[in-house]
Design a protein around this ligand. Structure first.
Ligand code: PHE
Length: 337
């Protein structure tokens, strides 16, 4: 059986045609309802248990290779027939390979879509930010360590690269009246040593909801909805008390470990949970700094790192992969988003 899969793989690699009918015939022969791959799949239950894994992987490789080849050839055929009646001397001798979105974009788009569905809009702001929007309006005390050169990239004493996209939310609050329901995706910068778990540039999505009578229960339900949409229906969340200058009370949010389903494993250090974000009720001082009456309105905020979510979702163990743009890594993320 394995040799049959390998033979077919060679056949796929060798196949070439610019004739759309031939390409379609080839697709039906391999990927059609009665095609070769379906026939092999039907034999899957006869494969000895110890070979099932290898066999399954090989079939996946074969199926992807066949689909990629057909897509490439179809694209090349369509381009040839639409230009110069089949002859375009400027075209590449090789079929173009289809590109893929960067995994961070895939995850960012997915997060945006999850929050869009419950009425959150997207807001963006500058990466170079002033002290007011990044720190002061957010209730950071004068001596807070984040204001130190060690943690923040300053351009001059008043201007820095933003350390979070909470700065965008300050801008939104200053320029609109509640109800406000928005998320701010974007690139942020912190003066950290680069390692498998940290980078001096990373990406965040932060969320803000302000209206009359917004409660901590609303925050919890929103985050539970997010976790289930992102990681699957069985996902649980857990909130641990924490501290941020701009929220009170504040919490860190954990999701049940995807790898062991909460039973405890090396990845979750046997706790069954993994941290994904910070959150809390917007501190009244922040609302007042942004011109919102805190005796009428309340709200919640949360913020997560896109890299972290992507690492958990795709089980990537080194954050640096996202920045190196090695095609062998990036090619694994061909998706619809
Ligand atoms: N701004 C925080 C950070 O960058 C995240 C956060 C946002 C926490 C909103 C609480 C509320 O780490």
């Amino acid at each position: 059986m394995l040799t049959r899969v390998e033979d077919l793989l060679q056949e796929v690699e060798a196949f070439n045609s610019s004739n759309p009918d031939e390409i379609e015939q080839f697709r039906i022969k391999l990927l059609g309802k009665k095609g070769d791959i379906k026939a092999i799949m039907a034999e899957f239950r006869n494969v000895p248990v110890e070979q099932k894994k290898e066999f399954g992987q090989k079939i996946n490789i074969l199926r992807n290779a066949a689909q990629d080849k057909i897509n490439e050839l179809k694209l090349a055929a369509a381009e040839t027939s639409s230009t110069n009646h089949g002859l375009d001397l400027t075209m590449s001798g090789q079929p173009y390979e289809l590109g893929a979105r960067h995994p961070l974009s895939v995850v960012r788009n997915e997060i945006i879509s999850i929050f869009n569905r419950i009425g959150f809009s997207v807001s963006e702001g500058p990466e170079i930010e002033d002290d007011w929007h990044n720190f002061t309006a957010l209730n950071f005390p004068e001596e807070h360590p984040a204001r130190d050169m060690q943690d923040t990239f300053f351009i001059d004493p008043e201007i820095a690269l933003r350390t979070h996209t909470s700065s965008v939310q300050v801008r939104v609050m200053e320029n609109s009246t509640p109800p406000i329901r928005t998320i701010s995706p974007g690139r942020v910068f912190r003066n950290e040593a680069i390692s498998a778990r940290a980078h001096c540039i990373f990406h965040q999505v932060e969320g803000l909801y302000i209206d009359k009578n917004v409660s901590f229960a609303d925050l919890k339900q929103t985050l539970l909805y997010f976790a289930k949409e992102m990681f699957g229906d069985k996902t649980k969340i857990r909130l641990r008390p924490s501290y941020f200058p701009f929220t009170e009370p504040s919490a860190e949010v954990d999701v049940s470990c995807q790898i062991c389903n909460g039973k405890g494993c090396n990845v979750c250090k046997h706790t069954g949970f993994l941290e994904i974000m910070g959150c809390g009720m917007v501190d009244p001082n922040v609302l007042e700094s942004c011109g919102i009456d805190s005796s009428i309105y309340s709200g919640f905020a949360f913020g997560m790192g896109i890299e972290r979510i992507a690492m958990l979702k795709y089980q990537v163990n080194d954050l640096r992969h996202f920045f190196e743009n090695d095609l062998r890594f990036l090619k694994q993320f061909k998706t619809a988003y």
